[in-house]
Ligand binder design. Structure first.
Ligand SMILES: *[C@@H]1O[C@H](CO)[C@@H](O)[C@H](O)[C@H]1NC(C)=O
Length: 249
């Protein structure tokens, strides 16, 4: 990764010296492949004037091809020049090691998603419930998030977003399930991702949602405090009154 970035930077700097007035000449180098096996790697160098490509070297073709009159002349010149021999070796010298390193250091790494399953607050009196299963900060983007009801895949009333890029190599995805709660039914969210050796099943906690639990916890603490205080008051009262009785008059 760092190797290829450095080389690209050098190239841009050299080309910038060709900047004249409002015209912009630049060259891009691309190493293309469809898999880490690196069996179909292509090296492509393209020369642009302003936004238009005028000549391209394709390692599969082995020489330059021009797209405009000037490009055709340029390609002819390059193809009869030692320059083209140098480019023919770029596939082995530059592309294969760089791509190999990119696959090894980044592209083949996987990062496990952090999965959150929760019931969303519904308006009072609603019969249906909305569940959300979210997967955060995973890599690569390919993921499968689906729902199960008592172990069977749910196909209706499900809405799932695309894999959303966080912009930092990681992705997130959200799946909603609208359902009518029935007691004894087990709802799970299943996540399949390259970082897992098997599908991960997350069961919905059938207990009350967070906010309800908090309300109950506050109520219960109040009740306990009340009982303690009245017990203390009662004991204090008893001691005082019994003490008075004990004192002989
Ligand atoms: C390079 O040339 C080959 C053979 O003509 C072609 O199949 C391939 O698509 C070209 N690659 C690009 C990126 O243009």
């Amino acid at each position: 990764m760092s190797l290829s970035l450095q080389l690209l930077l050098l190239l841009t700097l050299t080309v910038r010296t060709a900047l004249t007035g409002e015209y912009y000449l630049y060259v891009t180098d691309e190493c293309l492949t469809s898999s880490s096996a690196l069996t179909d790697v292509e090296f492509i160098r393209t020369e642009y004037f302003n936004k238009y490509p005028y000549a391209r070297f394709n390692s599969t073709v082995g020489e330059f091809v021009g797209f405009t009159e000037y490009g055709v002349q340029t390609a002819e010149y390059y193809n009869s020049h030692p320059y083209v021999h140098q480019l023919r070796s770029e596939l082995e010298r530059y592309c294969k090691p760089s791509l190999g390193f990119d696959f090894y250091s980044v592209l083949e790494k996987t990062v496990k998603p952090r999965v959150e399953l929760k019931a969303e607050q519904q308006p009072k009196g609603a019969h249906t419930s909305m569940l959300m299963c979210s997967a955060y900060d995973f890599y690569p983007a390919a993921i499968d998030v689906y729902w199960q009801k008592d172990g069977k895949k749910v196909t209706t009333d499900v809405t799932t977003t695309q894999e959303l890029a966080d912009g930092d190599w990681y992705y997130q995805v959200h799946s909603h399930l609208e359902y009518t709660p029935r007691s004894g039914e087990k709802i799970s969210c299943v996540v399949e991702h390259a970082s897992f050796s098997e599908p991960m099943v997350y069961d919905l906690d059938p207990s009350l949602p967070e906010s309800e639990r908090k309300k109950i916890a506050i109520g219960a603490s109040g009740l306990v405090l009340g009982i303690i205080l009245s017990a203390a008051g009662f004991i204090y009262y008893k001691k005082k009154s019994s003490g008075r009785i004990l004192v002989p008059t």
